[in-house]
Design a binder for this molecule. Structure first.
Ligand SMILES: [Zn+2]
Ligand SMILES: [Zn+2]
Length: 298
């Protein structure tokens, strides 16, 4: 299985157009890597690809990846699109697929209902496009088996912001050779079931939006905590780092990282804490091949 990290930032990217925070300023000056909004592509054979979340950066992300380019006059290697939730920053890129003939979208019923209620997305729910509901049963697509891993989450604020079943999901991706990956760019809490899925994966991506719960407030950039926005903070008691510290998955990566998160600076003490715990911060353009080749012993 191949995994391509198309983008690794939360909504707004790094730098965000209207943000002058420390990380955005450094990224603008290329002292830190620039990041587009989080999206992942997965493939069993390098030919047919499944996309997880589509942001407003999708056009540039596809253009930057030769394996995702059309191979004939009107074609795409993208076989399906999976949506973890209905947040604008995870779905707005669907509008870039309005030229598509056939298009297969998969999400929970809650996400489908929320998005198709909006007339701007409605054509994506009509033939020849198909918007499948993914529930308890896994889906076989592009030689991959994909299952929903339910996570605690909220509907987007435009849809009421309530805690609703199916509002947010993670996806378990398996190939026939037994490689397993987890994509979980948004969750409000790591529960036992979620942790047990992560434990059995070869690579896992976790919600790295905010380092601390009150990050946006303490920087004067917002009025809501991470929790109020449906994101479990990374650090602190009750943070995801503590909950996942013992997870034996060999590649544990934080993605969907907000530009305010201090762990984006590799020189920060926060980045050091992550590295010491065996976690990585995903970067745009990163490629992971599973199963990973056994590294030579030092
Ligand atoms: Zn987001
Ligand atoms: Zn910023």
């Amino acid at each position: 299985m191949q995994l391509h990290v198309l983008g690794s930032a939360a909504g707004g990217g790094v730098p965000q157009w209207n943000c002058g925070c420390k990380n955005c300023t450094a990224a603008r000056a290329h002292r830190l890597p620039q990041r587009t909004q989080a999206s992942l592509a997965a493939s069993a054979d390098g030919k047919a690809w499944v996309l997880f979340n589509v942001t407003t950066d999708i056009r540039a992300q596809l253009a930057a990846d030769p394996l995702l380019a059309p191979r004939s006059a009107r074609e795409t290697p993208l076989g399906a699109i999976f949506l973890t939730d209905a947040n604008v920053d995870h779905c707005a890129g669907l509008l870039d697929f309005r030229q598509a003939g056939e298009l297969a979208i998969y999400s929970t019923q809650a996400v489908r209902e929320t998005l198709l209620r909006n007339e701007i997305f409605a054509p994506l729910g009509r033939a020849p496009r198909v918007w499948h509901i993914i529930g308890d049963e896994p889906v076989d697509v592009c030689e991959l088996r994909i299952s929903v891993v339910p996570v605690k989450g909220l509907l987007p604020s435009y849809a009421g912001g309530t805690a609703t079943p199916g509002a947010a999901s993670a996806f378990l991706v398996e190939d026939r050779r037994g490689a397993r990956a987890l994509y979980a760019p948004i969750f409000a809490a790591v529960d036992e079931k979620f942790a047990s899925v992560a434990d059995r994966c070869d690579a896992a991506f976790f919600d790295g939006s905010f380092w601390s719960d009150g990050e946006m407030i303490s920087l004067g950039l917002g009025t809501r905590t991470a929790t109020m926005m449906g994101h479990q903070p990374v650090a602190g008691p009750g943070g995801s780092l503590e909950a996942l510290r013992a997870c034996p998955c060999p590649r544990r990566l934080y993605t969907h990282v907000n530009n305010t998160n201090p762990m984006l600076d590799p020189a920060s003490s926060e980045a050091k804490q992550l590295a010491d715990a065996g976690f990585e911060v995903a970067t745009d353009g990163a490629v992971i091949e599973l199963p990973e080749k056994v590294r030579a012993r030092a």
